[in-house]
Write a protein that binds this ligand. Structure first.
Ligand code: H79
Length: 484
C-alpha cells in the first residue's frame, strides 16, 4: 500500500469514527439528496443564534384560540357539532350566513389581558401564541384589509396589542398564530382549477401578504409567526410566493421564528422538502401528538401543540370525552423537553374573555408543579442515556446538570439507571431537598439502582438530581462532569 493511500485511508477512517461519535450525540437530519430546489430548505441543521436559543429553552408555552367561534361554543340550533368548535362554520348544519354575522355579537367585555398574562406566568409559560386570525377569517386586530375584524364588532378595540403588552410585561414572549386558509376572503380557493380561480387567488395572495406584513408592522416585538391552514392544493403551488414572503418577514423582523408549516417547496412538499430537509426554523408537525424517541425528531427543533380535551381548540360549552389531567400534561411537557422540544398547551377563552374553571385549575396545578420543579424544564433538553420506564431524563444545556423526572414509581422503589460507558453514577439527591441523598447501588457494570422510599413518591411527579463523573478505562476518575 502506498503511503498516500495509507494516509488517505486512515483519514477516512478517522472521519467516519468522529462522524459516528457526533451522530450518536446529536442525531442529524438525513443528508441532502440530489433534487435541485430553488425553494427547499435554506439551512441544514438547527439555528444557533440567540433568538432561537431562547426559543429552544422555553420548555413550556401557552396557545390561545379565541374568536367568534367562542360564541357558537360548539353548538348551533340545539345541536352539538361533533368536531372542533373552531371548525363549526364548515359543518353542513351551520348556515354560513349566520356564522358570518356572529361577529356583530362579539363583545368580550370581561377581557383582562393583565390577568391572562398573570395566569400564564403562574403556570410557567415562557411564551404564548395567539390566534390573530383563525380559519374563519375573523381578525382580532383592526385590519386595514378587511371589515371582518374586531373594529367592526361592538367591542371595537384591538385585542392583540393589549395582549402583547400585558404578556411582555410578565416577561412572556408573544408569537402570532395566522391561518392562511381563510373562509371569509372571496379569493380564497382550496384548488385552482380554472383561470378564474387563479385570478381570484392572486387577490387572495396579495391580501395574505398585506395582512402578514401589517401584523409585523403593528406588533414589531413579535418573536415569530405560527402559521396554519397551509395544506390545500392551491397553497402547495405557491413555493415562489411563500418563499419571497418569508424572506420579507425575516427582513422586517431579524431573527423572527417561522416553523415548517408555512411554505411548500418547488414540488409542493410541506414541512420537509423533496430532499427530506426541514423547511423553516423548527418542525411544526407535532399537533396533538408527541414523538417517543429522539430519532423521530431527526435532530431538528420542534414544538408540540396540545389540547386539554381530545380535540377542542376554541371554547366549547361541553368538553366531551377524555379531559387530560395536570399529571398527564406535565408528563407530556417533560417528555417534550427530554426530546428537545417545546410543549405548548392550548386554552380557549369564552365569548366574554374568561377562562373556564377546568383551565383555571390547570394554571394553578401546573404552576405549582413548575414552581417546585422548573429547574428540570427550563433551558433543558435531551440526554443521551438509555430511557427508563420510571420517566425521563433532562439535562440543563448550560450547566450540564442532569435530572430524573419520575412519573411511574416502581413497586420495589428501585429506580434503574443505566449510564453510558465510562460514566459513573456518584450521587442522586432530591431537587427539593438536596440534603436527602440516595446512594446508587451498582448492580452491573454501568447499571444502578437508586432506592427511593416508595411512600414518599405518592402524589405528584418528582425530580431527582444526578451527579456523575467520567472515568478512564481503569476505572479511575478522570476530568470533569459530563456535559453534552
Ligand atoms: O388551529 C387548530 C386547528 O384548527 C388546526 N391546527 C390547530 C392548531 C388544524 N386543524 N386541522 N388541522 C390543523 C390538520 C389538518 C387536517 C386536514 Fe383536512 C386533513 C386538512 C386536510 C385534510 C380535515 C379534512 C380538515 C380539512 C379537511
Amino acid at each position: 500500500m502506498s503511503l498516500r493511500r495509507f494516509v488517505l485511508g486512515t483519514l477516512l477512517l478517522l472521519s467516519v469514527i468522529s462522524a459516528e461519535k457526533v451522530q450518536a450525540q446529536i442525531p442529524h437530519s438525513q443528508p441532502r439528496s440530489s433534487v435541485a430546489l430553488d425553494h427547499g430548505s435554506h439551512r441544514l441543521g438547527r439555528r444557533t443564534d440567540q433568538m432561537m436559543e431562547r426559543w429552544r429553552n422555553y420548555g413550556l408555552g401557552q396557545f390561545i384560540h379565541w374568536g367568534v367561534y367562542s360564541i357558537t361554543a360548539g353548538r348551533w340550533d340545539g345541536k352539538d357539532y361533533p368536531g372542533a368548535s373552531s371548525w363549526i362554520r364548515s359543518w353542513s348544519e351551520m348556515p354560513k350566513e349566520a356564522y358570518d354575522q356572529l361577529y356583530q355579537q362579539f363583545n368580550p367585555d370581561r377581557f383582562d389581558p393583565k390577568s391572562w398574562a398573570k395566569q400564564a406566568k403562574t403556570m410557567g409559560a415562557k411564551y404564548m401564541i395567539i390566534t390573530t386570525k383563525h380559519h374563519d377569517g375573523f381578525c382580532l386586530w383592526p385590519s386595514k384589509y378587511t371589515k371582518y375584524d374586531i373594529a367592526s364588532t361592538p367591542y371595537k378595540q384591538d385585542l392583540i396589542g393589549p395582549m402583547v403588552e400585558a404578556y411582555e410585561a410578565e416577561g412572556i414572549d408573544v408569537y402570532l398564530y395566522f391561518s392562511v386558509m381563510d373562509w371569509n376572503h372571496p379569493g380564497f380557493r382550496t384548488e385552482l382549477k380554472t383561470s378564474k380561480d387563479r385570478e381570484a387567488y392572486e387577490e387572495f395572495k396579495t391580501f395574505t401578504r398585506n395582512q402578514i406584513l401589517e401584523l409585523l408592522e403593528r406588533y414589531p416585538n413579535t418573536k415569530g409567526i405560527w402559521f396554519d391552514g397551509t395544506w390545500d392544493a392551491a397553497w402547495k403551488e405557491q413555493a415562489v410566493f411563500a418563499d419571497k414572503l418569508e424572506t420579507e418577514m425575516r427582513e422586517m423582523i431579524p431573527g423572527i421564528i417561522i416553523g415548517s408549516r408555512f411554505r411548500p417547496d418547488d414540488y409542493g412538499n410541506r414541512h420537509f422538502d423533496s430532499n427530506g430537509d426541514l423547511m423553516g426554523d423548527y418542525e411544526q408537525g407535532w399537533e396533538r401528538k408527541l414523538p417517543k424517541t429522539i430519532e423521530e425528531v431527526k435532530g431538528n427543533d420542534w414544538d408540540c401543540v396540545m389540547t386539554v380535551p381530545e380535540n377542542q381548540w376554541g371554547y366549547h360549552y361541553d368538553w366531551k370525552g377524555h379531559v387530560k389531567s395536570s399529571f398527564e400534561l406535565i408528563e407530556m411537557l417533560v417528555r417534550s423537553v427530554s426530546l428537545d422540544g417545546n410543549f405548548v398547551l392550548n386554552f380557549g377563552p369564552d365569548r366574554y374573555g374568561e377562562f373556564r374553571q377546568e383551565e383555571r385549575k390547570l394554571f394553578a396545578e401546573i404552576g405549582d408543579w413548575m414552581e417546585a420543579n422548573q429547574e428540570a424544564v427550563y433551558d433543558c433538553g435531551y440526554l443521551n442515556w438509555e430511557k427508563q420506564d420510571w420517566g425521563y431524563y433532562t439535562q440543563d444545556r448550560n450547566t450540564g446538570k442532569i435530572y430524573m423526572v419520575v412519573f411511574n414509581m416502581p413497586i420495589n422503589g428501585a429506580l434503574r439507571v443505566k449510564t453510558p460507558e465510562k460514566v459513573q453514577l456518584d450521587k442522586v439527591y432530591g431537587l427539593k431537598d438536596p440534603s436527602k441523598v440516595y446512594v446508587p447501588e451498582e448492580i452491573h457494570k454501568d447499571e444502578y439502582f437508586v432506592h427511593y422510599p416508595v411512600e414518599k413518591s405518592s402524589g405528584s411527579p418528582f425530580v431527582l438530581v444526578i451527579e456523575s463523573s467520567l472515568v478512564d478505562k481503569e476505572g479511575g476518575k478522570a476530568y470533569q462532569k459530563p456535559k453534552t
